[in-house]
Design a protein around this ligand. Structure first.
Ligand code: ZN
Ligand code: ZN
Length: 570
């Protein structure tokens, strides 16, 4: 506010219900609180928003917050999905509007009606305050067009479940194409639009990218639809996100600015004589990501850009830039910072390739060097203190540790299963009845799906539901017991070898498994199954059933890291 020179308004949009109606109020006003799935009201973070007295109380508390100095307080619901199940609240929902990311009936209409009632009451006393509410979770979709909402409301769109790589409305991107109807619908109802712009990839923050095309399109597009407030959620990893942090701030300040000219100025001033090569590097990233037919979040998705050829091309550009900047220590340091970012992509690829050879120790060595290198960047202030390495630590470290343990002597790796498996969607859940786990089942009509090399989304195969994989496995003669190690599967999985279900992996859990999960391995946790009694020397058939009905925000699904056959002592 002080430094951008524009002044501007601080518009609150955080989850806020608890501030106005604290759970402690339950003793006095249980009717203010949501009815849970069990039919009971309880004093948590969720409210019974159809209740007229609750509406009045809520609006009074919002007015009190404004009187106490909060100019534009938030109306956003509590995070989570504790929507009131009372008949009056449920009657407000439109059963014809479904939230596409969950398949559940949208609760947008009930909350739009609630926010509208609150905003009208608050607006009578405080007409200049802008009241925001998130369009989020199962209230992302706009309710069917009706009367316009109160003019002091701001629909704050937080597209957490949408593609983060492409521009809004990009015809090559189904996710961002779907987002157009959502934005236009809210823009038609609300006088103000807020937008939560995600400028990094979940379960990634490791691989460089530059959202030039997306920002250039999205900010003016949103402005034309009533954009009043913008939040950029970005991680301060300057080695991989520097230029788009800069461009995002400049366009937020002035959506009419020419994005190309803003960046031309940046390349010249930031990189001096290295500018043409650095521009080629960063714009090359934007172009490659734009072409990428993959919309899944995470390094699994974005890594598709970083082929060996593309890494070499980027290295060539950075080498020319380093040469041009050689005489100036500051400029050379800036080029070296980008080279550190690119090294992340090369390291990530090397790690995946080592895992694909079941060389988990080798992958671990790459990982350790990478973490140390990023920590050095953090020490210089160039990488985020937490998110320089947090996703690597959270998602990769456990896979490497389990892989190393699975392959450590006296154990021995007998085989790595192929990247490509036969693959089918089990649309009606009858796979077992159709004997899809049996070795003699004819799977020749099934498609082939890549596993660790490409997410399903990048192969046009991503769909929620039950997925089946089948592969042939030649097993050599051995002395010990055979086991299959799965480095990472997204979904609840069951493993069959020659038609026999492998014993459930032992997994430590905080709560007991629900009965339908008996004998299944939980999502995205490395696991091993003993297959000694089912496997035989020579050809075998491995079948894996993956329940991918409940999806994560990463939109992955299925087998996503290598599967390894190991021999362990008797
Ligand atoms: Zn209710
Ligand atoms: Zn996309």
């Amino acid at each position: 506010k002080a430094w951008n020179g524009a002044g501007g308004e601080d518009i609150q949009h955080a989850h806020s219900w608890g501030r106005y109606v604290p759970p402690a109020l339950f003793a006095e006003h249980p009717e203010f609180f949501a009815v849970g799935k069990d039919g009971e009201r309880r004093g948590g973070g969720w409210l019974c928003t159809s209740n007229p007295d609750l509406r009045k109380h809520f609006a009074d508390r919002v007015s009190a917050a404004i009187a106490a100095g909060q100019r534009n307080p938030s109306l956003s619901p509590t995070d989570g999905t504790g929507y009131c199940q009372c008949p009056a609240c449920k009657a407000q929902d439109d059963p014809n509007v479904v939230e596409p990311s969950t398949g559940l009936v949208s609760v947008s209409r009930r909350y739009a009606d609630f926010f509208d009632a609150v905003a009208r009451q608050v607006g009578a006393a405080h007409p200049r305050s802008i009241l925001s509410f998130y369009c989020y979770a199962d209230y992302t979709q706009p309710p069917a067009p009706g009367r316009r909402l109160a003019p002091n409301l701001c629909a704050f769109i937080a597209p957490i479940r949408y593609c983060r790589l492409h521009a809004i409305g990009d015809p090559r991107c189904p996710s961002r194409t779907q987002e157009v109807a959502m934005i236009e619908g809210w823009a038609a109802l609300a006088g103000h639009i807020g937008y939560y712009n995600y400028m990094y990839n979940l379960a990634d923050a490791t691989l460089p990218f530059f959202k030039f095309s997306a920002l250039k399109h999205d900010i003016p597009y949103l402005k034309a639809r009533g954009l009043t407030a913008l939040t950029m959620e970005v991680l301060t990893n300057w080695h991989i996100y520097g230029p788009h942090i800069y461009l995002g701030v400049r366009l937020a300040y002035d959506p009419a600015a020419d994005a190309g000219a803003v960046m031309e100025d940046y390349w010249q001033k930031f990189y001096g004589p290295a500018a043409p090569h650095m521009k080629a590097y960063w714009m090359g990233l934007d172009e490659a990501v734009g072409r990428l037919p993959c919309h899944a979040g995470s390094f699994f998705g974005l890594a598709q850009v970083y082929t060996p050829e593309f890494i070499a091309e980027c290295r060539g550009r950075l080498a020319k830039a380093a040469e041009a900047a050689r005489a100036d220590k500051t400029l050379a340091g800036r080029v070296a910072l980008a080279a550190d970012g690119l090294q992340n992509a090369a390291d990530y690829r090397a790690m995946c390739e080592a895992m694909s050879r079941a060389d988990f120790a080798g992958a671990r060595a790459v990982y350790d060097r990478m973490i140390a290198r990023i920590q050095a960047l953090t020490a210089q202030g160039a990488a985020n203190r937490e998110y320089g390495t947090a996703y690597l630590e959270r998602f990769i470290a456990k896979v490497l540790a389990a892989g190393q343990a699975a392959a450590a002597p006296p154990r021995r790796v007998l085989a790595v299963l192929p990247d490509a498996w036969r693959f089918a969607h089990d649309e009606d859940g009858q796979g077992l009845q159709r004997r899809w786990h049996e070795p003699d089942f004819d799977d020749s009509a099934w498609t082939r799906a890549s596993t660790w090399q490409k997410p399903l989304d990048a192969q046009g195969l991503h769909k929620t539901g039950v997925l089946w994989y089948r592969a042939r496995l030649d097993v050599p003669a051995r002395q010990g017991r055979a086991a299959l190690f799965f480095a990472e599967v997204d979904g609840w999985s069951e493993v069959y070898v020659n038609g026999r279900k492998a014993a459930a992996p032992a997994v430590e859990r905080r709560s007991p498994l629900p009965p339908e999960r008996e004998g299944q391995a939980p999502p995205r946790t490395p696991f091993e199954v003993d297959v000694a009694d089912a496997v035989r020397t020579g050809p075998n058939v491995v079948a894996v059933r993956v329940d991918h009905a409940k999806i994560t925000e990463l939109f992955l699904g299925g087998i996503i890291r290598p599967v390894v056959l190991v021999e362990k002592p008797q």
